[in-house]
Design a protein around this ligand. Structure first.
Ligand code: EPZ
Length: 420
């Protein structure tokens, strides 16, 4: 398994482009199963999870054309298998996103129980209850979810809690259902909005994307469409933190600053200098030389993203004073804390709150990645730490960051990947 070795202390300087958003690409790829014609997606990132989703779609029978420059074109006409097998689903929880489309267009879906990140139990009960409300018959047996429906019908469904992929699954299923579906307490994440935009280009009739109430009028069939994936706000914010904690000066291109308001506000509170150019779609992040510890509570969009709390914990470990991070979305998302402590961080976890006391600096050490965003925080810590940090199990990073060590090398980081 590959390792990443970082020698800290170099201020990051320069400019790098942000890739397409993983969490918008995965549902858009799944949406191709709704169509009996072609869906052309551009700006998709080169990530392990994207490869896994393409593999999953391929075994469903769709035909896939990939062009480095032009993106990916998927023809949903050839679907001949509605089973998503354990060997693929166990590596990526987002595989559950094929369930709504398969059920809506083919009347059946057999999905292995999801796996994915080790950040909590992460049930899919709301996905299933929503599909049942739309007329699906759901059976759980042998580690598989078996869903059947002659024809889904519209429903008025209220989510018990905000679920991103739950919203996406039901929104996709509703595009081909008979009649009107209303989803309340729906997720407002930009990636949900991007999926709705893509589906409407495919001929769906979705209103209210970006609000907590979605109205979807079912249609007979979807049409050929082309869609460009929005930039990855979590990748962008991860590099902004890297600039701030290495006393650097980094310009990010191909960003959408309007979907990063909470991270930008929190980074400014923490003492980073952040300049946004909406026309040029760039964000420049510099350190003001003095980082202040702050308090953060994760929350569904437009609140502070849970996918960024691990990265902010590193920044706060290097700030003056004491701060806290309260994780309200997942019940077990502090697995990076024990690894950060090995680098000298002073973090205490009680329940869903991590209290951080700023220390003068971190010292490099061997650490192990546990989940996608936790592994990104270990890379950030290595960039700031004195000496060398060796990060193992970096396959977690490759699931969500495109060529992270190459992009950081472009900014002057002393970082390399070794096979081992
Ligand atoms: C999406 O996961 C993202 N993944 C996650 O990003 C992100 O952390 C999460 O949303 C929250 O923003 C993708 O979009 C592919 P949820 P998702 O359903 O949809 C509970 C990353 O690093 N819940 O919004 O799986 C659940 O247990 C990944 O890129 C139920 O109880 O998350 C959690 O506590 C990590 N029942 C909360 O809701 C359900 O049926 C939010 O989960 C569904 C969810």
């Amino acid at each position: 398994m590959d390792k990443i070795i970082v020698r800290g202390g170099t201020p990051l300087r320069g400019s790098i482009p942000i890739s397409g958003a993983k969490n918008a690409t995965l549902p858009a790829l799944a949406a191709s199963l709704l169509s009996d014609t072609k869906l052309h997606l551009t700006d998709i990132p080169h990530l392990k999870d994207v490869t896994t989703m393409l593999e999953l779609l391929g075994q469903h029978g769709v035909s896939i054309t990939i062009d480095e420059k032009l993106g990916v074109e998927i023809d949903g006409a050839g679907v001949n298998n509605t089973c998503a097998p354990y060997n693929l689903v166990r590596t990526m929880r987002a595989s559950i996103l094929v369930m709504g489309p398969l059920l809506a267009r083919h009347g059946r879906a057999e999905i292995s129980m999801p796996g994915g990140c080790a950040i909590g139990s992460r049930p899919v009960d709301l996905h299933l209850r929503g599909l049942e409300a739309m007329g699906a018959k759901i059976e759980l047996s042998g580690g598989y979810i078996r869903a059947t429906a002659k024809k889904l019908h519209g429903a008025h469904f209220v989510f018990d809690l905000v679920t991103v992929t739950g919203t996406e699954n039901l929104m996709m299923a509703a595009t081909l259902a008979d009649g009107l579906t209303i989803l309340e307490n729906a997720a407002c994440e930009p990636e949900v909005v991007d999926l709705a935009t893509c589906l409407n280009k495919m001929g769906a009739k979705i209103e209210g994307a970006g609000t907590s109430t979605l109205r979807i009028e079912g249609v007979e069939r979807l049409i050929r469409a082309k869609h460009t994936i929005l930039p990855d706000r979590i990748e962008a914010a991860t590099f902004m933190v890297a600039a701030a904690l290495t006393d650097g000066d980094v310009v990010l291109t191909n960003t959408d600053p309007t979907i990063l308001e909470s991270p930008i506000a929190k980074l400014r509170d923490a003492g980073a200098l952040v300049d946004v150019d909406l026309d040029a779609r760039t964000i420049r992040t510099r350190s003001s030389g003095r980082l202040r510890a702050i308090d953060i509570k994760t929350f569904p969009y437009p609140g502070f993203p849970t996918d960024l709390q691990a990265q902010m914990l590193v920044l706060m470990s290097l700030s003056e004073g004491s701060g806290s991070v309260t994780e309200t979305i997942f019940e077990n998302r502090f697995m990076h804390v024990s690894e950060l402590r090995r680098l000298g961080a002073d973090i205490q976890v009680r329940g869903n709150t991590a209290s951080v006391r700023g220390v003068g600096g971190l010292r490099g050490a061997p650490v192990m990645a546990t989940d996608l965003r936790a592994s990104a925080s270990l890379v950030l810590a290595g960039l700031a730490a004195e000496g060398e940090t060796e990060i193992s199990r970096v396959y977690h990073i490759d699931r969500g960051y495109e060529r992270i060590e190459e992009k950081l090398m472009t900014l002057g980081a002393n970082i390399k990947r070794v096979s081992g």
